[in-house]
Design a protein. Structure first.
Length: 209
C-alpha cells in the first residue's frame, strides 16, 4: 500500500496558508505554488538512490555520494499542474517533463482526457504526477491510469491541497502510489470544491478567475 505524507514543515504550512487568501495576487499565488512544490520535492526525493564517486577537492581526493541517476519524470495535469513544475525543476533540473491534459465535466464532474505526451523511457523513471488540488480524485486516478497503460510503474502523486474524499478515491484505485500533500482539508462541497481550500488553482495561477 502506498503511503500518504502530509507535510508539517513550518515553511510549507506558512506559505500554504498565505496562498489561500482570496486577496493573494496572481504573482504571489504563482510564487507560492512554485516555492511549496520545491520544498515538497526536497522531501519527496529522499529515497532517490546514490552512488559513490571520486572527487578531488582543493585539499585531497575522496569519495562522495551523488545521485545514481537523475531518472525522474514530472508529469503535470494540465493546466494547473504546470504551476508546480518549475519549482521541482529547480531541484531536479535534468528531470524529463510529460504532460497530461484533462478537463472536468461541469455537470458530472468526471475527468476527460484530451492530451497525453510522456517521455519515451517513462518505464525507467521515478514519476511524479502533480496537480495543486486533489478534490474528487478523478483526474489523478485517470492520469495515473494513462501513465501505467504506457509503461510507467514507479509513480507518486504530489498536490498542495487534498480532500479526504480524493485521498480515499486515489488509494482505492491505485494503492501502490505514494501521495504527498502540503495540507489536508475538511471536505468537498456540493460543487466538488475543496473546503476551506483556495478556489480554482488554475484560475488563480494564470489570472483567469
Amino acid at each position: 500500500m502506498g503511503k500518504v505524507y502530509i507535510f508539517d514543515h513550518p515553511l510549507i504550512q506558512h506559505k500554504t496558508a498565505l496562498m489561500r487568501d482570496k486577496n493573494c495576487s496572481v504573482k504571489d499565488f504563482r510564487d507560492f505554488v512554485r516555492e511549496i512544490a520545491s520544498l515538497m520535492t526536497f522531501e519527496a526525493t529522499r529515497d532517490l538512490p546514490l552512488k559513490k564517486v571520486e572527487i578531488e577537492t582543493p585539499m585531497a581526493k575522496a569519495e562522495f555520494n551523488v545521485l545514481e541517476g537523475e531518472d525522474v519524470a514530472i508529469v503535470p495535469i494540465l493546466r494547473a499542474g504546470l504551476g508546480m513544475v518549475d519549482g521541482m525543476l529547480d531541484l531536479i533540473p535534468n528531470a524529463k517533463v510529460g504532460h497530461i491534459g484533462l478537463y472536468r465535466d461541469p455537470v458530472t464532474h468526471e475527468p476527460h482526457e484530451y492530451y497525453c505526451k510522456l517521455p519515451n523511457d517513462i518505464e525507467k523513471r521515478r514519476i511524479f504526477v502533480v496537480d495543486p488540488m486533489l478534490a474528487t480524485g478523478g483526474s489523478a486516478v485517470d492520469a495515473i491510469t494513462q501513465i501505467k497503460a504506457r509503461g510507467g510503474e514507479n509513480i507518486a502523486f504530489m498536490c498542495l491541497i487534498a480532500a479526504p474524499e480524493g485521498i480515499e478515491f486515489l488509494q482505492a484505485h491505485h494503492p501502490d502510489v505514494d501521495i504527498y500533500i502540503a495540507a489536508k482539508d475538511e471536505y468537498l462541497n456540493e460543487n466538488k470544491y475543496i473546503v476551506p481550500g483556495l478556489g480554482d488553482a488554475g484560475d488563480r495561477i494564470f489570472g483567469t478567475k
